[in-house]
Design a protein around this ligand. Structure first.
Ligand code: FE2
Length: 359
């Protein structure tokens, strides 16, 4: 029988680890259709990642979520959400053609070009000393497909957010090293604690806020975009020491999500994640849906320009437009409240959360 909610064990897993795998979530005929559609349109030049953008909203792709147990599980365990109209098609070419290394991050921050020398960085907030050159005249306006520097014009929150990432595998990824999505297992509570600390210190929330420089300087004088609060980076490194190594997996801090075709994973927004190199002989093919619990009082819930399903910053338009809000609804305060209490968005998890918080 198809599952419509979590088993008790799955609830425990999500609560403890920040993610849960749903085996055989999608029936074979639905995965096959989506896979054939995407395979037929993969660019010949394998270094190009991008599949045609219209596929992200194609009915055969969206049905991986909408017409399966995944939509029902999310509705029952999380709660209502606006209709999903788009997705992220994430194909990693085989034979490590892309190269690169994993960069675990919390979704929702900006990812544009940065200065490559440490001398050019103001290290306290992790901003370029010559910010205008990289962020433009008004960095509250900066924001297109490379994400947004800020979610609000007052620059109090720099991170877009949602409730959970739902990923569906269209190929066999049971062998580590085949481009798996990987997570910092169990770090979701540490991420929430970092948001609370930022809020209690007066903000901003996200990169550039307390304890989270946007750009970091390496020991060798280089720079990188910093996807994680400092406390989370330290804690994840420590947790890795207590963990048994995984064969064929050189990143002890990261847990590979091992999925077979048709399996799915549900990951909290606050559980840091990353793509990993694909050393296997086949393209790694995942479809991601970003789901945010319905926010009553928000007049933009369900409007197309938010890009429900694909957007990691649903308080702005998908292409970075600022939306108009009535005085009765403050989208940024609401998002901060949810970031600081992620379980408040999960109707079905309330019992387990209450039990865990008993003195
Ligand atoms: Fe991401």
């Amino acid at each position: 029988m198809t599952q419509t909610s979590f088993t008790e064990k799955q609830q425990q897993q999500l609560f403890r680890d920040g993610f849960v795998v749903i085996k055989n979530a999608v029936p074979g005929e639905i995965t096959r259709k989506a896979r054939e559609l995407i395979s037929a349109q993969l660019p010949r030049d394998e270094r190009r990642l991008l599949v045609p953008p219209e596929l992200a909203t194609h009915a055969d792709v969206i049905s991986l979520f909408n017409d399966t147990c995944l939509a029902r599980i999310m509705r029952n365990e999380m709660g209502p959400f606006p209709d999903v109209i788009s997705s992220q098609i994430a194909v990693t070419p085989p034979f490590n053609i892309l190269g690169g290394k994993p960069a675990p991050h919390v979704d929702g921050s900006w990812s544009g070009a940065i200065p490559d020398s440490a001398d050019e960085i103001d290290t306290a907030r992790g901003r370029p000393k010559d910010a205008t050159r990289y962020f433009g005249e008004n960095d509250d306006l900066r924001g297109t497909n490379d994400g947004q520097l800020w979610q609000d014009p007052d620059r109090t929150i720099s991170l877009g957010s949602y409730t959970a990432l739902v990923g569906v595998a269209l190929n066999d990824q049971r062998q580590p090293g085949n481009g798996q999505l990987a997570v910092l297992k169990g770090m979701h509570e540490e991420v929430e604690a970092a948001f609370r600390m930022q809020r209690d210190s007066g903000g901003p929330i996200g990169p550039e806020g307390p304890g989270w420089p946007r750009i970091k300087v390496t020991k060798s004088g280089g720079t990188f975009l910093n996807g994680l609060p400092e406390t989370v980076r330290t804690r994840a490194r420590r947790a890795a020491n207590d963990r048994a190594p995984v064969d064929g997996w050189p990143w002890p801090e990261l847990t590979p999500i091992l999925l077979d075709q048709g399996d799915a994973v549900i990951v909290l927004h606050s559980c840091p994640h990353t793509a990993t190199p694909n050393h296997g002989p086949h393209p790694r093919m995942n479809i991601y849906f970003r789901i945010r619990r319905l926010r009553e009082g928000n007049p933009h819930e369900g409007t197309r320009r938010v890009g429900h399903g694909v957007s990691d910053h649903p308080d702005r338009g998908y292409f970075g437009q600022f939306l108009e809000y009535p005085p009765s609804y403050n989208p940024w305060d609401t998002s901060v409240a949810k970031l600081c209490d992620h379980w408040s968005e999960w109707d079905g998890m309330q019992e387990i959360v209450a039990a865990a918080r008993l003195p």
